[in-house]
Ligand binder design. Structure first.
Ligand SMILES: [Zn+2]
Length: 278
């Protein structure tokens, strides 16, 4: 069923939980993730990466995910992730996205605010805008070992949220996109200060590799959404690698391989949902 992402996150925080958000590059993965959410009885977000959305087929995927979300038995939001191209933002919303991360974290404080406000004017109040303050190391779509880079400045948070009008705020607190070089070390001190400054739910990107106990703890620091991408890709690619030869030998059994693919994605999503459950 359709859901506003900010309300989904706020409602989950009241239960002491964060909403998991899963990046989907294809419909089989998205369906499996929604099935896991239905089994858990919890809402989720389906994320479409910006490079995916920038392709014509990506917009068709957004529309397909819209239908999947609306037909789900639990609240599901469809979010365009990390977008800084207003054309892509407009196209993705027209295709069915109901939330957007307008990501100006790499263009400076004032320009970042301006991007979020311009995106707000473009998409209207019915679309939920997440913004991001502080840069994250790593690549969204390809995972390599990363050390954490910049941190969100807690002193900027209140002004940024107020002036940008963002409904959710992604933060840099020792998290990275991709894989962690060594042990991930979340900066709880910084998160605590940000949580005092922000009156909107915070978002933690780059959850793959962060210990389950830390993910579960994040909700007590106002983290209302946790983005998962790499972990899902790792599991799906492993299932394809181990299953491909056997299914090829079994009469080119693509449906069988897709079942394995879906089971792998469902297992990851189910595990994350259990981890985040209060
Ligand atoms: Zn991200």
């Amino acid at each position: 069923m359709r859901a506003r992402l900010d309300e989904l996150a706020t409602g989950s925080l009241r239960r002491g939980e964060a909403v998991p958000a899963f990046t989907c590059y294809d419909f089989a993965t998205a369906t499996a993730v929604v099935e896991a959410a239905e089994e858990a009885g919890r809402g989720i977000a389906l994320l479409v990466a910006p490079k995916t959305a920038a392709r014509p087929a990506g917009l068709r995927l957004v529309t397909a995910l819209r239908g999947l979300a609306d037909g789900a038995a639990v609240p599901v939001s469809v979010q365009l992730d990390h977008a800084n191209d207003l054309t892509v933002i407009g196209q993705a919303v027209a295709a069915g996205a109901d939330a957007v991360l307008a990501d100006g974290s790499s263009i400076g404080f004032e320009d970042n605010i301006a991007l979020v406000r311009t995106a707000r004017d473009l998409v209207g109040p019915g679309i939920v805008l997440e913004a991001k303050l502080g840069g994250l190391a790593g690549d969204e779509d390809r995972a390599f070992a990363q050390e954490a880079a910049g941190l969100t400045d807690p002193g900027q948070v209140s002004e940024f949220v107020q002036r940008s009008g963002a409904r959710l705020l992604a933060v840099a607190v020792g998290n990275v996109h991709g894989k962690y070089k060594g042990e991930p070390a979340l900066r709880w001190d910084v998160m605590g200060r940000i949580a005092q400054e922000a009156d909107v739910p915070l978002v933690l990107h780059g959850a793959s590799g962060i210990p389950a106990a830390d993910l579960a703890r994040a909700a007590s620091f106002r983290v209302g959404k946790i983005n998962v991408n790499t972990e899902l890709r790792t599991a799906v690619l492993a299932s394809v690698a181990s299953g491909a030869e056997g299914f090829r030998a079994d009469g080119e059994n693509l449906a069988g391989l897709l079942d394995e693919w879906s089971a792998a994605a469902r297992a990851v999503a189910g595990g994350v949902l259990r981890t985040l459950r209060a």
